[in-house]
Write a protein that binds this ligand. Structure first.
Ligand SMILES: [Zn+2]
Length: 132
């Protein structure tokens, strides 16, 4: 049984949708500023609820448009959105502990409990910078 009540899931979903909406807006204005309005327009259409396929295609295009970080975040949000109704949503993927509701509401894409996450970050620290 999940530790999340219906209400918890509803709260997390609200937080997730808000983050998703904000991210899409930020990506749109970044694209418009750089003159890539065709992507901004597709992204606008993809922000609807029933546009998963359109969004997948768009995300591929956006990777090419140098919004890699945003694309990854949006993809993580999409995955969380799909997983939200599953039984094991909110369980740490490393140790299986219950991730506190407050943490999930603040960061709906969290897939680890705080101790596993900080271990993960210590273990992987510097990976992005290289040592030279
Ligand atoms: Zn854990």
């Amino acid at each position: 049984m999940s530790h999340l009540t219906q209400q918890d899931r509803a709260d997390i979903r609200t937080a997730l949708e808000a983050q998703r909406g904000k991210l899409i807006k930020a990506m749109q204005s970044a694209l418009e500023e750089s003159g890539q309005t065709q992507f901004a327009e597709v992204l606008g259409r993809a922000s609807g609820d029933s546009a998963d396929e359109a969004l997948a295609v768009t995300l591929g295009d956006l990777s090419a448009a140098r919004l890699d970080h945003e694309v990854r975040t949006l993809q993580a949000l999409e995955i969380a959105r799909k997983r939200l109704d599953e039984k094991d949503f909110g369980l740490c993927e490393d140790c299986g502990a219950r991730i506190p509701v407050a943490r999930l509401a603040a960061n709906p894409v969290a897939t680890r409990c705080i101790s596993c996450q900080s271990l993960f970050e210590r273990t992987h620290a510097g990976q992005h910078h290289g040592s030279i």
